[in-house]
Design a protein. Structure first.
Length: 265
């Protein structure tokens, strides 16, 4: 009997010894800091993907804990850090950025900018690039229009470029201040439109020209961009036999979206 109990105890010790390293391997910690501000996100990674559970997010200022949040579930995309500490507005303490992802195909991002205890929700969908494009010492967020249109499959989707800055605890659209970036983006959409026409993809051409036109309005050349669109319509290049949306309905939807998002009046 004693021998059996000894074997049981040994087995439990071995099981516990192997379980602890496995649990430790699942624990992931992301840290970021600048000056006196530091942030940390801890979570337990779920097997077989980028999803995680039991997250804990914290911010310290000069060693004092100022934010403490529990996040039940989330995900981290490959190669992307979910937290950052950056001086965004050029004054005061650095801000903390937190990207939350609750799962889903092409959706479900929530982006927070913390200034001390206060936070605001940022408007972008996917994490934008953060860089100082104009050399003023304050970085911008370089991304794409978060609420745009889609015809056909998601792989054919395209969105016009967007640039934002952060100041006075608010996010501001400054895309018009970066015309070279918008021109480059518009050229990419036009090239995509030409490729879609060559491949006989009406939905691909629709998506590309929709973003092309939006960029045109941002540049103050909306009429010129609409003329390119009308030429494509007249040539029948936007007809899509696999869609139940006619070219006329496409144009109506695009014009409505351009007004809703402030591109046109």
């Amino acid at each position: 009997m004693k021998a059996v109990l000894s074997l049981v105890v040994v087995g439990m010790l071995i099981a516990g010894a192997t379980a602890q390293p496995a649990a430790a391997a699942r624990l992931k910690v992301h840290r970021a800091s600048e000056g006196a501000v530091r942030a940390e996100l801890r979570y337990h990674k779920l097997p077989g993907g980028h999803y995680w559970e039991r997250g804990r997010f914290r911010i310290w200022n000069r060693g004092r804990l100022v934010v403490k949040r529990r996040i039940a579930f989330g995900a981290v995309t490959f190669g992307h850090r979910p937290i950052a500490v950056r001086q965004l507005d050029g004054t005061g303490k650095p801000e903390v950025l937190l990207d939350e992802f609750s799962g889903g195909n092409g959706c479900c991002w929530t982006h927070w900018i913390y200034s001390g205890k206060r936070r605001i929700r940022a408007p972008w969908l996917g994490p934008p690039a953060i860089r100082d494009g104009d050399g003023d010492g304050k970085p911008e967020f370089h991304g794409t229009e978060p609420s745009w249109l889609l015809w056909g499959s998601r792989s054919e989707g395209r969105s016009p470029v967007k640039v934002w800055t952060y100041s006075a605890r608010a996010v501001n659209d400054v895309t018009r201040s970066f015309p070279a970036e918008v021109e480059a983006d518009q050229a990419e959409h036009y090239a995509a439109y030409q490729s879609a026409v060559a491949e006989g993809s009406g939905s691909g051409a629709r998506n590309a020209l929709a973003s092309y036109v939006a960029d045109g309005y941002t540049l103050g050349k909306g009429d010129e961009a609409m003329a390119v669109l009308q030429t494509a319509v007249d040539a029948g290049e936007l007809e899509d036999p696999v869609s139940d949306i006619s070219t006329a309905e496409y144009l109506d939807t695009l014009n409505r979206k351009l007004r809703e998002r402030g591109y046109s009046t």
